[in-house]
Ligand binder design. Structure first.
Ligand code: NOJ
Ligand code: NOJ
Length: 448
């Protein structure tokens, strides 16, 4: 059954569910008479998600500009500035700035970015064990020296993406000199944050690195996809600012990355695998099937036709991820609950505090919804409206799934217990809110 067929089937299911099971879907925050649809709920949560991200930025005991992965300090201790999580959250804030923000919120986002830029400038001048590939820092801006999976080379790439987007916002606002003084100058050795990260990424993308889950050392689809995007978007900025030689070099590296990315297609398995050349770390990832591939397609999406959403290999991978997680968690088996909770990878056992078994993750379930919304958008562009509508309704199911497990105050943790359906592991995970915002943004684009 193709994704579109399945989407059609689910499209009918959703109608059935709404008719037959209204109390199950009712969210306490909504009126009991007219419960919010999944899409309405999603849009209704964007303001809250934005606030929660800001709450996790520059907490009182941190250096301004530090972004904590979550407020919890034990079980699990996520009270660190993870370069990856911070960049993903800040990137989302710049999208929020351009789409949902009020003038007052825009001002706050400007302040948040100047703090983030200062914090970034500071940590890039330290000499941590993995240099610019260092994955996380203490919130006071000092290095975290305990043993950890290092380097994690998606981190500088994501940081460059978030800062490059902000540089584009500043350029549109006529603030070129701020960009040239705080973000990108044409000097070598690199002086300012974006160019430092681009130099690092362009010279190190071939090196082995730990994956985004911090577990496996090797070459990763996710890391390469975000490196490619960092380099191509960085090249565009470099060119605007007159750094033509650098632009050419970044583009050349990005093209080379593309050929390596295509090696991740596993013809016999029928999906893009997550990691190659694995040399260290978790050994149990037999299927090599991972939601990180979906995240790589999302965070690396350049809308330039490279691994487009209607590429059969992309669809096959999406399909396989959904199929694999469906039987894995008992909450996915329960009748009357919409959608499917998606985890990181099928062999996962990390539960936030120990290794008692993997669970669906909020950000992974949103990732599937967001990917399907983007696929629907692509189908619309190709005038396949009917298919697009089915895929959209299917995407709504994954949002409805998260809605179902979200308490009425809207708070999102990292994981959803596979049996009880309760939110668990790190509460108020910054990345979960960022995932809600980008999914809402993609759903909103479809309704325009
Ligand atoms: C903490 C990491 O952040 C998480 O991704 C990983 O699964 C656990 N450590 C176990 O290695
Ligand atoms: C564990 C996740 O696996 C990793 O990707 C993330 O950076 C950290 N938690 C912090 O949220």
């Amino acid at each position: 059954m193709t994704l579109v067929h399945r989407a059609r089937q689910y499209g009918f299911c959703i109608i059935f569910l709404f008719l037959s099971n209204l109390p199950v879907l009712t969210n306490a925050a909504s009126s009991p008479v007219t419960p919010l649809t999944a899409r309405e709920w999603l849009q209704s949560q964007t303001g809250f998600a934005y606030h929660q991200i800001l709450n996790n930025l520059s907490p009182a005991d941190a250096m301004p500009g530090a972004v904590i992965a979550a407020p919890s300090r034990h079980q699990p201790n996520y009270y660190y500035h993870w370069v990856r999580d911070a960049a993903i959250a800040m990137e989302t804030l710049s999208t929020y700035h351009d789409t949902f923000a009020t003038p007052q919120q825009k001002q706050l986002i400007h302040q948040s970015f100047s703090d983030y830029i200062m914090f970034t400038t500071h940590i890039q001048q330290l000499y941590p064990q993995a240099g610019l590939g260092e994955p996380k820092f203490n919130v006071d801006g000092s290095t975290f020296n305990d043993p950890w999976g290092r380097p994690q080379n998606d981190s500088p790439a994501l940081r460059a993406i978030s800062l490059t987007h902000w540089a584009q916002v500043l350029l549109r606002e006529g603030q070129e000199s701020v960009v040239r003084h705080t973000l990108y100058d044409c000097q070598l050795p690199a002086n300012l944050p974006i160019k430092k990260d681009l130099e690092y990424v362009s010279h190190h993308w071939q090196d082995p690195s730990f994956d985004l889950w911090e577990e496996v050392k090797g070459t990763h689809f996710y890391t390469l996809m975000v490196s490619r995007r960092a380099l191509l978007e960085g090249a565009q900025l470099a060119q605007t600012l007159g750094d033509d030689g650098a632009a050419q070099w970044y583009r050349l590296q990005a093209r080379q990355i593309e050929t390596v990315v295509l090696h991740f297609w596993d013809h016999s398995r029928g999906y893009f695998v997550a990691s190659l050349n694995v040399s260290e770390g978790t050994k149990n990832k037999i299927a090599n099937l991972d939601c990180s591939v979906i995240l790589g397609l999302l965070h690396g999406d350049m809308h330039d036709g490279f691994l487009a959403w209607d590429d059969p290999r992309v669809i096959a991978t999406l399909h396989k991820v959904i199929d694999t997680f469906t039987p894995l968690y008992s909450i996915n088996q329960r009748r009357g609950i919409p959608g499917i909770g998606i985890g990181r990878y099928p062999e996962d056992v990390y539960d936030g505090t120990g290794f008692q078994g993997g669970n669906p993750w909020v950000l992974c379930t949103f990732a599937v919804a967001e990917a399907l919304y983007r696929y629907a958008f692509t189908l619309n562009m190709h005038h396949q409206q009917q298919e697009a509508q089915s895929v959209e309704a299917y995407a709504d199911q994954f949002v409805a799934r998260i809605k179902y497990h979200t308490p009425s105050d809207g708070s999102l943790s990292e994981q959803i217990h596979r049996e009880t359906g309760a939110m668990m592991s790190a509460p108020d995970l910054t990345w979960s809110y960022a995932a809600l915002l980008t999914t809402a943004y993609e759903a909103g684009r479809l309704s325009q």
